[in-house]
Ligand binder design. Structure first.
Ligand code: HEC
Length: 161
């Protein structure tokens, strides 16, 4: 009995530590990014988003199956994604709008998911082209973009020079 209580207390401690560390992440480049991590309301079909509700729910399943182990169940990434590791690689970045993903046009997002970073860049991002087809790649993008606040989404969809 006491050991159960002790174990739940330990679990609670670990959990609150995780929550604390998630909230004490350093501020991202743009001020509006800070709200992105907590914003869950930008679902399909709103405000001119390109994807459908079906794509989002398909992408959610695929993401949990293939991507969540590295990028996190909510696409929150690793808190230390900005610092290179000892071997000069990077930890999985957030895809929820608080990272760099919104700087990349659609073609580049599709490319990194399908082909990974390419042989010339040492990276731990695998190529998924053999596991998911083009339509599933789009569904994956739809799901993580559904987590982007409008400001981020608008910045992404503006034509790049
Ligand atoms: C084994 C861990 C791992 C898995 C699994 C994984 N990724 Fe990644 N991913 C990474 C790492 C590490 C990077 C950063 C690569 C770099 O910059 O060198 C990355 C980068 C990315 C990027 C570019 C983000 C940016 O800001 O430039 C996208 C998009 C992405 N991953 C999507 C996915 C999707 C979608 C899946 C599932 C189909 C997935 N990843 C599965 C590790 C992983």
């Amino acid at each position: 009995m006491t050991s159960i209580i002790k174990r739940s207390a330990q679990l609670l401690l670990v959990l609150s530590g995780l929550i604390l560390s998630a909230c004490s992440e350093p501020k991202t480049e743009t001020t509006h990014n800070s709200q992105a991590a907590h914003n869950m309301s930008n679902t399909a079909g709103q405000n001119g988003r390109w994807y459908s509700a079906e794509q989002v729910s398909q992408g959610k399943k695929l993401f949990q199956q293939y991507c969540a182990e590295c990028h996190g169940a909510f696409a929150q990434g690793n808190p230390n994604w900005r610092q290179p590791t000892e071997n000069g690689r990077y930890l999985p970045p957030p895809l929820n709008g608080t990272g760099h993903a919104w700087h990349h046009p659609m073609a580049q997002l599709r490319d990194v998911i399908t082909n990974g970073r390419g042989p010339d860049v040492p990276s731990d991002m695998p190529a998924w082209g053999e596991k998911v087809n083009a339509q599933e790649v789009d569904a994956l993008i739809a799901w993580f973009q559904s987590r982007w606040p409008d400001e981020i989404y608008q910045a992404w969809s503006r034509p790049k020079h």
